[in-house]
Design a protein around this ligand. Structure first.
Ligand code: NAD
Ligand code: MG
Length: 389
């Protein structure tokens, strides 16, 4: 029995993780569930899974949750710091990090410090502080099992291999809903359109990141830290069918790929069950249904976020943290129709130029750079023609 703390249980990854758990009651037990503000769903999940405890980080929702489940033996906590405490409980074996954005960093560090196994969906944690997170994980002998589908693919390709025999890894990208589009089209796109991803059904923020290719930029940085690679060992190829989830090329030129229909439940299940591979009844890939797999170069001139992420990676230090913070702010604004699609890249670039670089940031430096970048990015959003300010 693996006892799980699922951080961000009401989100896209969190709810799918609970589907995996429900299908394997002999393997998994839910110990902790957490949500930011979706009290209704957290209450339903608490009744369905009766965890030891739940956290609703938004304090204004605490009373709603507490009174709704006072008849069942589930402890209720609130506030962000509760996350850091609960992940360290003795009764937790594995922590699934499925909180969105920078907000997920602190609880993952806390879980690592307590020596918990980590299944990591929250890529921003590694984008912001990958070096620090991986160092601490090594010190504590904690395995970080990726949930992100590309990184799960690479992880699966690397089972039984030596990391120093990797020549490069090739991240596949669907290209998102605007593959092949140019500036004249993109300048007018709205959130409702950008949210229509062709292959994956995901949370709002990552859907926008997929449309701008920032998601792939963040994933390059995530891969570098997870697998201990040089910056130039991570490549991206557009593969619109999303059947090959990523590939590893070894020093002898051999390439391994992991394939399957796009369904996040598979990498979630793989990470939760690791080191075991367990059965399921998910849809299987059929070579009869898909006759062609195609590949092309990403258009980094149109989708500038990918180039900006690469630049942040090469700059190193706090640059990826600044990139991430600016991106979180501008995506939030875009979702509210307060920033244009192409403007997002301009605002991220300008924010990166504003915040002072730090070559060897401490955790406190990351927190400070994140705060500063958010302030600058918000100012750029206010100046947007779309902004109501
Ligand atoms: P989502 O928006 O659907 O869910 C986010 C979850 O985090 C919710 O439970 C929410 O309550 C919680 N949350 C949000 N802000 C919080 C805060 N400030 N404090 C505490 N909790 C907070 O997001 P998602 O699509 O499930 O993505 C979660 C993470 O997984 C992201 O980092 C994303 O990049 C990564 N990821 C998602 C997918 C996917 O298919 N959705 C795929 C790969 C990676
Ligand atoms: Mg991914």
């Amino acid at each position: 029995m693996k006892r799980l703390a699922i951080l961000g249980s009401t989100g896209s990854i969190g709810t799918q993780a609970l589907e995996v758990v429900a299908a394997h009651p002999e393997l998994f037990e839910v110990e902790v569930l957490t949500a930011h503000s979706n009290a209704d769903l957290l209450i339903k999940q608490a009744r369905r899974f009766t965890p030891n405890a739940v956290v609703i980080t938004d304090e204004s929702k605490y009373e709603t949750v507490r009174s709704a489940i006072k008849d069942i033996p589930v402890k209720v906590f609130t506030g962000a710091s509760a996350l850091n405490d609960l992940v360290q409980w003795d009764t937790v074996d594995m922590v699934l990090g499925a909180i969105l954005g920078f907000a997920g960093l602190s609880s993952i560090l806390s879980a690592i410090d307590a020596g918990k196994q980590i299944a990591l969906a929250n890529k921003e944690t590694l984008v912001v502080a990958g070096e620090l997170v991986m160092q601490r994980a090594t010190q504590k002998k904690v395995h970080i099992i990726p949930v992100d589908s590309e990184h799960s693919a690479i992880f699966q390709c690397l089972v039984g291999e030596n990391l120093d025999k990797i020549e490069k890894i090739i991240l596949t990208a669907s290209g998102g809903p605007f593959l092949g589009r140019k500036q004249n089209f993109l300048v007018n796109v709205k959130a409702s359109h950008a949210l229509q991803h062709p292959n994956w059904n995901m949370g709002a923020k990552i859907s926008i990141d997929s449309a701008t290719l920032m998601n792939k930029g963040l994933e390059i940085i995530e891969a570098k830290w997870l697998f201990g690679l040089e910056n130039n060992q991570v490549e991206v190829v557009i593969h619109p069918q999303s059947i090959i989830h990523s590939m590893v090329q070894f020093v002898d030129g051999s390439i391994k790929a992991q394939m399957g229909v796009p369904d996040m439940k598979l990498p979630i299940q793989y990470a939760l069950a690791f080191p075991h591979r367990i059965n399921n009844n998910f849809k299987r890939f059929s070579f009869k249904e898909v006759s062609k797999l195609s590949f092309e170069e990403p258009d980094m001139k149109t989708f500038r976020n990918l180039a900006l992420a690469r630049e942040a990676l090469n700059l190193g230090g706090n640059a990826p943290c600044i990139l991430n913070a600016a991106n979180e702010v501008v995506v939030h604004a875009f979702l509210q129709n307060k920033a244009g699609f192409l403007e997002m890249s301009d605002m991220i670039e300008k924010t990166m130029a504003k915040v002072a670089p730090i070559a060897q940031p401490t955790l406190e430096d990351y927190l400070q750079s994140d705060r500063e970048a958010r302030i600058y990015a918000a100012e750029f959003v206010k100046k947007s023609q779309l902004s109501i300010y």
